[in-house]
Design a protein around this ligand. Structure first.
Ligand code: FPP
Length: 232
């Protein structure tokens, strides 16, 4: 959800106003996703790299996300939306927020219209590292050789399916479509493993101006693409 800061700067407003304005963009997009019958949406809310921002903005983003979750949780639940969080659930994310994330997941776990997956304290590389750590952990525990992960590593026949299975949200299908806003043409550590064959669509529009009509445009563009997955 990129471009909040620039949206605010263009209006002579503080960056935080750009993040505030991103809320309407997000909920209009969710409506569009529900209209289209798309079953999974993942939004990048806070990256493992976003901690490098000035403390004031980091604090704002954490508080803003928490308020948004509190304010909109019931509405999402009523709309039959299942909420998931992907990312590292550890400090510096505070334990109160982690608890509220878990409660939101618990409350909505049986909802079936769509899954809203929120990438929070998320990094694609961190996710792959965490998956490998879990695999090694499980292997060495099962094998009683917890002190010898080098041997474990050699003996392991790790497959792509194994790695997929140990990602934060193993039942998440690989995304068909990735949309990046604000004129940036890069991936920025988003779902690195899962987007190997995703179709990428880039928009110049800044996130706070993004609406469901942009989503529909992106889906129309997706439908014009031919997906070959490396074959012919
Ligand atoms: C990037 O714009 C935006 C963010 C780092 C925050 C986006 C987060 C939200 C809209 C809240 C979502 C929360 C939940 C719980 C779903 P930027 O600040 O990098 O903008 P710039 O590139 O113009 O500087």
């Amino acid at each position: 959800m990129d471009g909040n800061g620039r949206w605010a700067a263009k209006r002579g407003l503080p960056r935080t106003e750009g993040h505030n304005a991103g809320e309407e963009a997000l909920f209009d997009t969710i409506e569009g996703v529900l209209d289209l019958g798309i079953s999974w949406l993942t939004v990048y809310a806070f990256s493992t790299e976003n901690w490098r921002r000035p403390q004031e903005e980091v604090d704002y983003l954490l508080g803003f996300s928490r308020n948004l979750l509190r304010k909109r949780l019931n509405e999402l639940h009523e709309r039959n939306v299942r909420i998931r969080f992907i990312g590292r659930r550890e400090q510096p994310v505070n334990s109160g927020l982690i608890k509220e994330m878990q409660e939101a997941e618990e409350l909505t776990r049986d909802n079936s219209k769509m899954t809203l997956s929120v990438a929070f304290n998320y990094g694609g590389r961190a996710e792959i590292v965490d998956a490998l750590r879990s695999i090694l952990n499980e292997f060495s525990n099962a094998d009683g050789r917890s002190d010898n992960s080098a041997t474990a590593c050699q003996d392991l026949r790790i497959t792509e399916e194994d790695i997929s299975k140990y990602l934060y949200s193993p039942d998440m299908p690989d995304p068909d479509l990735v949309i990046r806003t604000s004129g940036e043409s890069r991936i920025s550590n988003f779902l690195l493993w899962q987007i190997a064959y995703s179709e990428l669509v880039f928009f110049d529009v800044l996130w706070p101006d993004f609406r469901r009509r942009h989503l529909f445009e992106a889906v129309a563009e997706y439908q014009r693409r031919e997906r070959r997955y490396g074959g012919r």
